[in-house]
Every structure is written in C-alpha cells, then in structure tokens.
Ligand binder design. Structure first.
Ligand code: SF4
Length: 512
C-alpha cells in the first residue's frame, strides 16, 4: 500500500519520524533553513546563557519555546517550491525578532534580577503594550523598546505547544473565575495568578477589547502587573466618520502618557518614518493578496496569517521586516509567472473567523488531505488602509485606522455587517468554491451571528463547513475533532475522496 504523510507521524505525538522528502532541491532548501533556525536559537541561547537558563526554570511557558523547530516543521508540512521558501523566510525572520525581544525582556526582568540597578535602568526604557495593540506608536520613542507583554508568555507559546495553555487555564478556573470564557484571556489571567509575567517596563498601555473574557482578565492583570497603566480606547463602531476624532484624541493622550513615564518627547519624524515603512509592508501585502487571487495561489497557511499578525502587531514600521517582505514577494512572483503549482488544488476556500492557536498547521492538513487551498483567511486581512504622512494630523488619522483594523478588531468589531458582508465579498474576489467557517465556541460575539452566516451561505448556495475549536484550549476541542468536522463534511456534503487517506485519522493529542 502506498505510504501517506501520516505514516511519518509517531502515533499520539504528532512528531515526525524523519524529515519530509520533498524532492532534492526542496529538501535541501528546507534542511538549510532548518539549520539556520538552529543557528538563530543557539546564538541567542549562548549570548546570555545564565540568564536564559534562569528564565527557563522561572517560567513554565519558556519550555514551549524549546519546541520551536518542530513547530516550524509543522507549519511547512507538505510545502514545496515558492510556498516552502516563503514560509521558511517568514518563520526565520520571526525567530530572529522574537529571540531579540526575549533578550530585551530577560535582561530587564526583575524576577530574574531582583534589586539589580542595571535591570532597573533598562526598565526605564521599556514601554509595555497590550498584545492586541499594534506597537506603531512606540516607534515615536526610538530610544525605548516597546514590548507587547502578553505576546511572549501567552500568544506565541499557545501556538508552539498545544498544551502550554492547559496549566494556566486550570489555575484561572481554580481561582474561581468563569470557565465558559474564551481561552485567550483565561490564559492571560492564569499567567497573572501564577505571577508568570516578566516584571519589566516603566508603564503599560492597554486597550479595550469588548468581550466578557477580556473584561474579566484586565482587572486581574492590572493588579499583578502593577505598572502605571492607561487604556487606549479604540472606537468599536470604527467605520463611522464621527468617531475618528475621538480615536485620534485617544492616541494623543496615549503619547502624552508615554512621554510622562519615559521622560522622553515623542519624535514625530521617527514616527513618520515608521508609518512610511508600514505603508511599504502593506503594499507588499496587497501584492500577496493579488497573487492568491490567481489560479495558483503561491503562499497560504499559518506562515502567512501568523506572520501578518506578528507584522501588524509587533514588526509594524520595522525595516528588516519590510526587506523580508520584498524578498518573499520576489520568490512568489517567479512561481506565479511560471504558472505552475507544486500542489494539487481541488477547492479554493475562504477561511473565516478566528483560527485555532492549538492547531496552526490546520491549513497544511486541509491542503494535503483534501486539496483545499486556503486562498483567503480572515485573520490575514488587517489594516488595509495606507497612512497619509503628509501632515501630522493625517498621519494620526491613519494610525487610528491602523489600530482600529488590527488583530481581533478588524472584523469582530465595527458592527456585525463588517464580518458578514466582507465574507461574501472575499468569496467573490478570491474565486472561492467553499467556506471553512471556524466556530470558536467561546467567542460569544461571533456566536451571536452564526445564524446569519448559515442563512447567507444557504441563500447563495455556497458549501460552508463549520469547524469547532476553542482557540487555545485543546482539552475542549482537539485537533482530531477539528479534522473530523472537515472529514464528515467533505465525505457527505461534497461527496469527495481524500487526496491522502492516511491523513484522515491519526492521533496527535499528546503532541506539542
Ligand atoms: S476570540 Fe472572541 S472572545 Fe476571544 S479574545 Fe477574541 S474577541 Fe474576545
């Protein structure tokens, strides 16, 4: 019997028995980039070995970072040609940026260096941001580092290792907090309860995320983090003209708050330069979207949406990230010009709603098992406007728009019609023939409009597959259950047979 991709996976663990064979050129490329990743990790570890070992034993979530090479392999599973190259470039770029920030965090962390005057001095130059607030404003303070505080102990570990949230979510529930809320804020609250946030920074800028769980976690985090804090309120009905002035006032107030606590003045020229770099990053993104509208979408999956989230939140206005975008686009353009796809594509799907952090390589599985190419993903579409930097005023309005259309905001805020109508538009734009609709079982805002999606798809005659998940919590909906939702739909509604039958059923519950 012909061997399938799942035969290379150790039962239960999801770990590969050996590296994937992709033909000589692609295997050699993949291997070289994998070795480069190890180089990035080793050079980071050896730069501050004592500090990093201390961090490893102080923070439970740090162990998840040890699984980074396996995580990168999962996100590149099955990829060939330009898609593989683009994925590896994006992922290694992220690895460089993340390890640099981990060094900044641990060098200043008073949990690791209690009473250290050197750490105290470093902290005076660290501005903490809520992870759902893009770091762009921080670029107006070039002498300071902006750190998205929950990104490193929570968001990234939840992607790297599906079991990293388990302990923190349990602590949150044992503490008496509700168990029916979204697992992302639960993880954040669990970190605060366990005192597992690094003790860094001179001030904290948060934002208003209007869901029940975010409201629950903000109070717990505020008590534990204990920094001078200001909330940057982002208008919820962000499409309306009459709220934009308020949005700009909030940004000006946030800048004044940072000035007060860092003792530095905002450098408007530096902020302008960062906005222009961000515009370049966005233009590169528009090109990518355009390429994915063609018959041979060259690059899809989590190494696309995850990179976009990272770029929008952390690496906005960063020149190195822009260079990576140009490099990736030139690789992708060649494949599109050649008119060849290295993969078999049977269906073009729009992937809507929030993806599952506990299963970021779900798109790779969709393509390898069923030939479903995720041509457009809601989580990839943020911040579609360019910032007009001609005057300070226009720039502030542009930054306000960029924040309003950031991760978790662009579609889930602004009124139900934003998420609903955009879906039908993208379906047309990307010439899709089906929809994969994530059913994030704890996101009550989106759950409230589930019926409208169902009704709309039925009226238009669009096949729509619902896939349940619980964002970060693999103990409520496992990866296997997510795959089962698709398998059932493809076999019964679409009347299809799989491209690779070995991938229909395999065990990976205990894997990272
Ligand atoms: S997925 Fe929904 S419930 Fe969870 S943080 Fe985002 S908006 Fe809130």
């Amino acid at each position: 019997m012909k061997k399938g991709a799942a035969d290379n996976i150790k039962a239960g663990t999801g770990i590969y028995r050996h590296r994937e064979w992709r033909g000589f050129r692609d295997t050699a490329y993949d291997y070289a980039k994998w070795a480069q990743l190890w180089g990035i990790l080793f050079s980071w570890a050896l730069r501050n070995p004592v500090q990093n070992v201390k961090a490893l034993f102080r923070y439970r979530w740090m162990f998840s970072y040890l699984t980074a090479p396996a995580f990168f392999d999962r996100l590149c599973a099955g990829q060939r040609g330009a898609g593989l190259r683009a994925s590896r470039c994006n992922l290694n770029h992220m690895a460089e940026s993340i390890t640099e920030t981990l060094t900044t965090i641990f060098s200043a962390d008073l949990h690791l260096h209690p009473g250290s005057p050197k750490a105290e001095k470093l902290n005076r130059k660290i501005i903490c941001f809520d992870e759902l607030l893009p770091a762009l404003i921080g670029k107006g303070f070039p002498d300071c580092d902006t750190v998205l505080l929950q990104m490193y102990p929570m968001f990234l570990p939840s992607l790297l290792d599906q079991h990293s949230p388990d302990h923190y979510i349990s602590q949150c529930e044992l503490y008496g907090l509700p168990s029916d809320v979204c697992s992302l804020p639960s993880f954040e609250a669990g970190l605060a309860i366990e005192d597992d946030y690094p003790k860094i920074g001179c001030c904290m800028l948060t934002s208003n995320m209007p869901c029940d769980s975010s409201i629950m976690t903000s109070m717990i985090q505020d008590r534990r983090i204990g920094l001078p804090t200001q909330q940057l309120n982002v208008p919820l009905r962000w499409k309306r003209e009459d709220v934009q002035e308020y949005a700009v006032d909030e940004i000006l107030s946030a800048i004044a708050f940072i000035e007060k606590h860092t003792g530095k003045k905002c450098d408007w020229e530096a902020l302008k330069e960062a906005c222009e770099i961000w515009n370049g990053q966005n233009l590169a993104k528009f090109e990518k979207w355009e390429m994915n509208r063609t018959e041979i979408p060259p690059h899809t999956g989590a190494s696309v949406w995850l990179y976009r989230v990272f770029e929008h939140q952390v690496a906005c206005g960063v020149r190195k990230a822009l260079h990576n975008d140009h490099k990736v686009n030139s690789i992708l353009k060649k494949q599109v010009a050649a008119g060849k796809s290295p993969k078999t594509i049977r269906h073009r799907a729009i992937i809507w709603s929030t993806p599952a952090n506990n299963y970021p390589d779900f798109n790779n599985w969709l393509l390898d098992c069923w030939g479903i190419e995720s041509v457009c993903e809601m989580f990839d579409i943020h911040g579609t406007g360019l910032i007009d930097t001609s005057t300070r005023e226009t720039m502030l309005y542009g930054i306000a728009d960029m924040i309003e259309t950031s991760t978790m905001r662009a579609h889930t805020k602004g009124g139900y019609e934003v998420m609903l109508y955009d879906l039908w538009d993208k379906y047309q734009e990307y010439h899709a023939d089906m929809i994969i609709m994530f059913d994030q079982i704890s996101c009550k805002g989106v759950a409230a409009i589930n019926g409208l999606f169902e009704e709309g798809a039925m009226r238009r005659g669009i096949p729509m597959c619902r896939v349940r998940h619980d964002l970060l919590d693999s103990t409520s909906v496992s990866r296997k259950e997510m795959r089962d939702d698709v398998n059932r739909f493809m076999q019964t509604v679409m009347n299809e047979t799989p491209l690779d039958a070995s991938l229909l059923q395999f065990e990976d519950d205990y894997g990272w």
